[in-house]
Design a protein around this ligand. Structure first.
Ligand code: ADP
Length: 267
């Protein structure tokens, strides 16, 4: 089993990812696609007059502050436009894909965090009314059902809280939890960069290999949202996934290239 997570940043070529995925699926490989949609969500939120608000935690992690209205815009884009766009591409390529969020069948489940500590103007503030959380449990029943019936699952946040409330969760870490739950052979985290860069944004500074035991020490090279990918990679390898690859989804055969060792390989 291979879990492929494709991001939502500018420059990602969904046609290339879907074509590669479809070709591999048709050879009998078992794959699941998880996707993001942050770039498009920001654009739609601006257009709807509810611009995105990003907060930085005291430990330096950036996340989207998700009030109820933001959550609804997030769902429109992630579960609607992006998810159905990917499913449509796969259907056109002859793959019977099914698009679901983590709410459906409680695939992704976790604790709802209503407040977040954020650094604003050098001061730590507590912001309430946040609909965020972290995936703590993956319920694979529905996924097994789909895979066994020949459907390719295309998954996206949000997740379900234990109380059944929709929560915005990080897609990379959700994909990592899924890869652990499915005992995947590999987790691919594909984005609009060649991999983890030692001197971001210098693409010639690509880090080619990271020993599984040391992933966390590479957090220092990752800025802002890349940190979540490194954290996700650490969680995946600690959970028994043999290989995590940070790869490039901007062109070519993104999945095949990553599996052949392009990008940053954590193993
Ligand atoms: P996606 O939504 O595509 O999954 P994110 O935007 O969440 O991706 O994270 C990837 C982004 O992280 C890159 O586009 C890049 O701008 C940023 N980044 C920060 N530090 C690094 C680094 N050391 N190496 C590569 N990318 C980095």
């Amino acid at each position: 089993m291979i879990v492929v997570k494709v991001g939502g940043s500018a420059g990602i070529d969904y046609d290339a990812v879907c074509a590669d995925l479809a070709a591999r699926w048709k050879t009998g490989e078992r794959l699941i696609l998880v996707h993001g949609g942050s770039g498009e969500t920001n654009r739609v939120a601006e257009a709807l007059g509810h611009p995105p608000k990003f907060v930085t935690s005291p430990s330096g992690y950036t996340s989207r502050f998700t009030d109820r209205q933001t959550l609804e815009i997030f769902e429109m884009v992630y579960c609607g436009k992006i998810n159905k766009g990917i499913v449509e591409r796969l259907q056109r390529l002859g793959v019977n894909a099914v698009g679901l969020s983590g709410l459906d069948g409680r695939i992704f489940e976790g604790r709802h965090k209503d407040s977040v500590r954020a650094v604003e103007n050098g001061k730590v503030k507590v912001l309430r009314g946040d609909h965020t959380g972290t995936v703590e449990r993956v319920n694979t029943g529905l996924i097994d059902l789909l895979l066994n019936a020949g459907y390719l699952p295309v998954l996206t946040p949000p997740a379900a809280s234990y109380e059944g409330v929709a929560i915005n969760v990080d897609g990379d870490r959700a994909a990592a939890a899924l890869a652990v739950a499915l005992k995947a052979d590999a987790l691919l985290l594909l984005s609009n960069v060649p991999g983890l860069l030692r001197h971001y944004p210098d693409e010639t500074s690509l880090i080619r290999a990271i020993p599984a035991a040391d992933v966390e020490s590479y957090l220092e090279f990752a800025q802002d949202r890349m940190k979540k990918k490194v954290l996700g990679a650490a969680e995946a390898v600690q959970g028994g996934v043999k290989r995590v690859i940070f790869g490039d989804a901007r062109a070519g055969l993104p999945i095949t290239a990553a599996l052949e060792g392009a990008g940053t390989v954590v193993s």
